[in-house]
Design a protein around this ligand. Structure first.
Ligand code: G6P
Length: 617
């Protein structure tokens, strides 16, 4: 969703801002803009469309100042127009503001400001906040209480805001200063060498510094080229903690790959190694987690788990449900975070609450966590982005350690979430009925997962050829059973996200209760058909589709004995342990979706209307 970058320092701000905005493109956006403070005035360049449009527009302005802000907008209030793009400037010309989030009481504030004579150029809630800051600035006599009038006006205005925000503000009267603040929208301060960068995402600042302060909700940071100070909305001083980002700018580059999604698909063997590293017991029979903050004794009291998430992470929850129930024999419920937060679900008293989120900023997932905590439940998070809002608010958790995921369609984060789920299932199983030798076998299977994923990736050339034959279809079904039912959902999600082909995922046997009506030679089905007890049942479902002329792509494991001619295409993945199968099975559907999208000429890394992390409801 919207991205923020702000710069204060010695360098020309515009190039740093535009570079930052390019690095934020992956989050999803529809317009972009920058504002640079120079010669006592605010110079704004903004455009609907891609950052590339903005770069052209910015070249027509002489933007030489060393203080500036930049923004990528994902429309909420008002259409995708140049006027609605950020930054917005107050009607007295004194303030420029960029904003992520939603100001819920903006209409009421707008009425108030219109009565006071402020005017508006856009339909956005952001411009209202910008004028509210100007209003408080005009009201406050200069030099009052020896405080910084710019900072105090922002603080006062924010005191009236209901909703969420990550903002960065410039003021013409303070030519080399910047004020930024957050509430429920991410904001990071990069501490450089006589320069500071604020950004909504580390990728926008990591090329200049790896030293960062993760700002907390309700904090305001005031920057000059040589100093920074953090206070709360209530004016309390905050002692900053400077952290170090463990990845560098090269991790956020595409390298030789055509797209980030392709790079991240092929990174999965390494990503899985990183997720497992240091997390097995010395005797090699169970998993260890450093940051759960739940003792073994407390875990033994848990009768039930509730997992919440959104999108792909929700599919990882479904796989985890299967693995925990299968190996640890503890009931697991999975809910959409967006539903859980409002449906006031009755929860069993000894329930442990878990959320899964790559970004750790998805607003519905955060709200679900808060709701569980409010009810007094311990709430843990499986999360990739270090220092995210979720990581800070959870009672404990497990980091995925897969580095930045830039492709909007989640791939390496998904398989790593399944890996964490498989390790949690192991840990719980070994506290109950799983024997030492079964534990060792399970651990060895997980350790072997990266090699098996590599083998599945070796099918890429074949899958690319299949994709060429299937890119013309308008509808597709994905069918799987047991732990591969969530993979059917994930396969369908991947395909629709990046290629815009309508796709649905179903448990294979449910196909005859409705979706079968769609089957014809125009609607192919992708079947997960691993060898095992249930294989003959899956073959029967395939027969039903074949009888209705539906084309079939079968994803089978080595040794699965498919009747000749039943499937039109066969993709073979290695035989694996049950806990590893979902990770390996993810590879062919990721590759199939990717190559189909490429074949259709889609913008794989920036699919229309989607955002990498959804920070508004
Ligand atoms: C968005 C993304 C999905 C992602 C979901 C949850 O919808 O487009 O790819 O799965 O958010 O994101 P999270 O960061 O919470 O895992």
């Amino acid at each position: 969703m919207c991205g923020i970058v702000g710069y204060v320092g010695k360098q020309k701000a515009v190039s740093i801002l535009l570079e930052g905005l390019k690095r934020l493109e992956y989050r999803g956006y529809d317009s972009a803009g920058v504002c640079v403070l120079q010669g006592g005035k605010l110079d704004v360049a903004k455009k609907a469309g891609r950052v590339a449009n903005l770069v052209k527009e910015a070249a027509t302005h002489r933007l030489n100042g060393t203080t500036g802000i930049g923004h990528t907008r994902w429309a909420t209030h008002g259409g995708v127009t140049d006027a609605n793009a950020h930054p917005h400037v107050s009607s007295d010309g004194k303030f420029a503001l960029i904003h992520n989030g939603v100001i819920e009481n903006y209409a009421q504030m707008k009425r108030f400001l219109l009565e006071k004579g402020y005017t508006f150029q856009s339909e956005t809630d952001t411009e209202v906040l910008c004028n509210l800051i100007a209003y408080h600035y005009a009201k406050e006599p200069a030099g009052n209480h020896g405080t910084n009038r710019f900072l105090e006006s922002v603080r006062k205005a924010l005191g009236h805001v209901e909703g969420t925000y990550g903002i960065a503000v410039l003021c013409v009267d303070y030519p080399s200063e910047l004020v930024a603040a957050r509430k429920a929208s991410p904001l990071i301060l990069g501490v450089g060498d006589e320069e500071y960068i604020v950004a909504s995402d580390a990728s926008a600042l990591v090329s200049r510094t790896q030293n960062v302060v993760y700002l907390k909700d309700g904090e305001i940071v005031h920057l000059t080229p040589k100093t920074f100070s953090i206070t709360t909305l209530d004016q309390a001083d905050v002692s900053p903690v400077v952290d170090r980002i463990t990845w560098s700018v090269t991790d956020a580059d595409k390298g030789d790959f055509a797209h980030f999604m392709e790079k991240e698909i092929f990174e999965q063997p390494v990503a899985l190694e990183n997720t497992m590293r240091g997390r097995f017991s010395e005797d090699g029979s169970t998993a260890n987690f450093g940051g759960l903050n739940v003792t073994a004794a407390e875990f033994r009291q848990i009768d039930r788990f509730l997992f919440c998430a959104c999108g792909t992470a929700w599919h990882a929850c479904l796989v985890t449900e299967h693995l925990i129930e299968r190996f640890a024999r503890i009931p697991v419920e999975v809910d959409y975070a967006s539903e859980f937060r409002y449906r006031n679900a009755p929860l069993h008293s000894n329930t442990l609450f878990f959320v899964i989120s790559q970004s750790g900023e998805t607003i519905d997932t955060l709200a679900a966590l808060r709701e569980a905590k409010r009810k007094g439940y311990k709430a843990l998070a499986i999360n990739n982005v270090v220092g995210s809002s979720l990581a800070r608010e959870a009672d404990g958790g497990i980091y995925q350690h897969v580095g930045p995921e830039i492709g909007v369609a989640s791939t390496k984060a998904f398989t790593s979430q399944i890996m964490v789920g498989a390790m949690v299932a192991l840990y719980l199983a070994r506290m109950r009925d799983m024997s030492f030798s079964d534990g060792v076998e399970y651990v060895n299977a997980l350790k072997g997962a990266p090699a098996l994923v590599r083998q599945a990736l070796a099918q890429a050339p074949k899958i690319r050829e299949i994709a060429k034959r299937y890119a013309k279809y308008h509808d597709m079904l994905f069918l799987g059973r047991l732990s591969l039912f969530p993979l059917a959902l994930e396969g369908a999600l991947k395909l629709k996200e990046i290629s815009y082909i309508h796709a649905e995922g179903y448990p294979a046997a449910e196909m005859k209760h409705g979706p079968i009506a769609l089957i014809s030679d125009k609607c192919p089905s992708v079947f997960f058909a691993p060898a095992g007890d249930i294989f003959p049942k899956i073959v029967s479902s395939m027969q039903e589709i074949k009888a209705r002329k539906g084309p079939i792509i079968a994803i089978v494991t080595e040794g699965a004995d498919l009747p000749p001619g039943l499937a039109d295409e066969v993709i073979t993945i290695p035989h694996c342990h049950e806990a590893v199968l979902p990770m390996v099975a993810a590879i062919p559907v990721q590759l199939l979706s990717y190559y189909i999208a490429v074949e259709r000429g889609c913008d794989v890394d920036k699919p229309r209307n989607l955002a990498k992390s959804v920070t508004v409801e």
